[in-house]
Design a binder for this molecule. Structure first.
Ligand code: HEC
Ligand code: HEC
Length: 262
């Protein structure tokens, strides 16, 4: 083999190695400050056994109405609320406040958010009220999404999202919407025989017809044999968020409150 070819193969593979490692570390760094590390979770499990298991049990369900492993509290709690409950106590001392170091507090919160699973993912959960302001304001989520009867039909209704998705799934959707694209929920574009172009979001499709919500928010049912063009887009209409990691945590905190009691 002429040496210049093997040399270029060498450079090519070196370049590919470089490319994949940068891609991997990019993907990791996109998530890194959005969640607790496995060391946090591990450390938290030890503090939990020492300080909390006496009342809450190792299972996390030892106190009535509270299941720490499942993230079921009496009210929706952000990570900061959890730290506050632990340091100041609740119910007039039935749970006394504990004087813990910051890293111990972070560890316990991480362990609770990971569902008591040391190899699990513990996503940061911020303040629901701030999250709602972002949702309706700067984040522009309500320009596409509907919640409790308010907002357009351009994107899935999120009124129940807090009971059907975990914090980790919500985080993935916000950081990488393409990973969460449901096959049916795709943007579609159709051109009818009389030259009308219809764009919208597919709700249902069978061999002969397709149902969609068009850009004027009307429910449409189209007969495929009447169409001269019909395209289903593979790219989601939702962009990866440009909000900061704290703001994403606040949004997750808000989304988790949607849909009944938590
Ligand atoms: C002495 C017993 C005791 C210990 C120790 C204890 N708790 Fe509790 N905890 C309780 C009781 C009792 C409640 C329920 C209070 C109520 O009825 O509102 C509670 C409630 C909670 C809640 C739910 C608050 C809410 O608003 O829903 C959380 C979260 C919690 N505990 C976390 C912890 C963690 C984490 C630790 C360890 C750092 C811990 N607790 C240690 C007794 C204890
Ligand atoms: C341009 C319109 C648009 C905007 C703006 C938008 N989304 Fe979306 N979003 C969508 C669409 C479309 C989907 C459905 C993707 C799919 O399932 O195919 C979606 C999906 C989601 C889902 C997943 C739903 C599920 O069932 O898992 C969540 C959660 C979500 N969006 C939250 C948000 C939040 C929070 C914001 C604001 C930061 C936002 N979206 C902004 C269009 C939008």
């Amino acid at each position: 083999m002429p040496s210049f070819i093997s040399l270029s193969i060498f450079w090519l593979s070196a370049f590919l190695v470089l490319l994949t490692t940068t891609e991997q570390s990019l993907a990791q760094s996109a998530y890194a400050d959005h969640q607790y590390t496995s060391e946090d979770i591990e450390a938290g499990s030890r503090v939990y056994i020492a300080e909390c298991a006496l009342c809450h049990q190792r299972s996390g369900s030892g106190v009535d109405g509270v299941d720490l492993r499942l993230g079921q509290f009496r009210r929706a709690l952000s990570d900061n609320d959890l730290r506050e409950v632990i340091t100041t106590g609740v119910s007039n001392g039935r749970m006394p406040g504990l004087d813990l170091r910051q890293d111990e507090l972070d560890g316990i919160v991480a362990y609770i958010r990971a569902g008591f699973d040391p190899s699990g993912i513990a996503v940061k959960v911020g303040d629901a009220a701030r999250g709602q302001m972002l949702f309706e304001g700067e984040g522009q989520c309500s320009t596409c999404h509907r919640v409790h009867g308010r907002g357009p039909y351009l994107a899935p209704d999120l009124s129940d999202i807090g009971v059907v998705r975990t914090a980790a799934a919500l985080q993935r959707t916000l950081l990488e919407p393409s990973s969460a694209l449901l096959p049916i929920n795709r943007p579609v574009r159709a051109v009818t025989r009389d030259g009308q172009t219809i764009q919208g979001r597919r709700l249902n499709e069978d061999t002969y017809t397709v149902q969609l919500i068009d850009s004027e928010e009307r429910l449409r049912s189209l007969i495929k044999s009447d169409l001269v063009e019909y395209e289903v887009s593979e790219t989601p209409t939702m962009e990866p968020t440009t909000l900061s990691s704290d703001e994403v945590a606040d949004l997750i905190g808000y989304l988790l409150t949607l849909g009944g009691l938590r």
